[in-house]
Ligand binder design. Structure first.
Ligand SMILES: C[S@@+](CC[C@H](N)C(=O)[O-])C[C@H]1O[C@@H](n2cnc3c(N)ncnc32)[C@H](O)[C@@H]1O
Length: 153
């Protein structure tokens, strides 16, 4: 894989996904993030610290408290960028198995719709919409993905 590729992982849990990804694609420039703030992450997942340390040792950037529906606080925004050029872009944005912890169709549709809108701002080639989204078996029907995605156009 191209070493210059910048990849953003959103919504990692204990960072086992990010760690596996960084081991599989050693040469990419990886930023892996959790929704949970750092303290909460450590209390929820005993394995998180080791995973984070291994990723950092391999050169990844790790951030906490990153909301997939509001990327501006960490990665800038188009509006701000027009003044200060602080928009950070990525070649690939991944939100693997997005889930809010409860079964709620409307909140999941909100999560995904806003994630796609945010990700679109931060992808280098908008037409090559590189966002990889995977979900548990059956969820795509349950969450009505075609409707969620179509609502963005
Ligand atoms: C089923 S877990 C999947 C964890 C990890 N992505 C994986 O595949 O191993 C769902 C994840 O979505 C995250 N999440 C929920 N709402 C989020 C949001 N608004 N922004 C970012 N992540 C969110 C949760 O914190 C949780 O880690």
């Amino acid at each position: 894989m191209d070493a210059s590729l910048r990849t953003l992982i959103l919504g990692d849990g204990d960072f086992s996904f990010g760690l596996s990804y960084s081991r599989r694609y050693k040469s990419i420039r990886l930023t892996a993030t959790s929704f949970d703030p750092h303290e909460e992450l450590l209390s929820k997942y005993p394995t998180a610290q080791d995973n984070v340390s291994s990723m950092k040792a391999a050169g990844a950037r790790v951030l906490h408290g990153v909301d997939a529906t509001n990327l501006a606080p960490h990665f800038g925004s188009l509006q701000e960028a027009s003044n200060s050029c602080n928009l950070e872009s990525f070649d690939t944005i991944i939100f693997n198995n997005p889930h809010i912890g409860v079964e709620d169709l409307h909140r999941h549709r909100f999560l995904l719709a806003h994630f796609f809108a945010e990700a679109r701002e931060h992808l280098v080639r908008v037409r090559m919409f590189a966002t990889a989204l995977s979900v548990y078996a059956g969820k795509s029907g349950l969450w009505a993905f075609p409707v969620t995605i179509a609502s963005l156009h």
